[in-house]
Design a protein around this ligand. Structure first.
Ligand SMILES: CC(C)(COP(=O)(O)OP(=O)(O)OC[C@H]1O[C@@H](n2cnc3c(N)ncnc32)[C@H](O)[C@@H]1OP(=O)(O)O)[C@@H](O)C(=O)NCCC(=O)NCCS
Length: 150
């Protein structure tokens, strides 16, 4: 399939919030996505758009801490579009943007039981560097801290 990557727009939020609810037991609220659009200088959000339908099929919200790291705050692909390279393309674009600001690594947290996401990050070359005990709710669970040098 053919996709394009572009910045998140306010008009995308209803669509990505539907994907969010299908993807997480503790979904972000629309308000949280709106706040990612408030320009702070370090916060960035990208969406993947299916060129055939013009639907948003994935998104990634991240922070670039200049000269230091890219921190992935949220990433998801619509369930009907998974295993087509969409999240990998979003991560590649986020990494390219971070490299322009001399980021040295990408970091994120993932639920210990999220085997799909853990396989995805392992495939991309991430390694576990720590754990946050009881970080998540619904259900209560530890987060693994993953990191990849770039
Ligand atoms: C994790 C997630 C974002 C991956 O998105 P995706 O667009 O399907 O990922 P990609 O197609 O780019 O995957 C690239 C590679 O990662 C690995 N991978 C991705 N999903 C996988 C899965 N469910 N099981 C095993 N490996 C997987 C594979 O090696 C895949 O390549 P392949 O399909 O050629 O084998 C998606 O499963 C998702 O939205 N999950 C729910 C939300 C979530 O958990 N987000 C992460 C929170 S930390």
């Amino acid at each position: 399939m053919s996709i394009r990557i572009r910045p998140l727009l306010i008009t995308d939020i209803a669509q990505i919030h539907e994907i969010e609810k299908l993807s997480f037991s503790e979904p972000w609220s629309k308000r949280m996505f709106f706040s990612e659009l408030e320009a702070q200088g370090y916060n960035h959000s990208l969406v993947a758009v299916d060129n055939a339908s013009d639907h948003v099929v994935g998104y990634c919200c991240f922070w670039i801490l200049e000269g230091d790291e890219i921190h992935i705050n949220n990433i998801a692909t619509h369930p009907d579009y998974r295993r087509k390279g969409i999240a990998q393309t979003l991560m590649r674009e986020a990494t390219a943007m971070g490299l322009q600001q001399c980021a040295q690594s990408v970091t994120l947290e993932v639920r210990e039981s999220n085997t799909a996401a853990r396989s995805f990050y392992e495939r991309l070359g991430f390694c576990q560097v720590g754990k946050r005990i009881g970080y998540y709710c619904k259900p209560k669970e530890d987060a693994l801290i993953l990191r990849k040098p770039i």
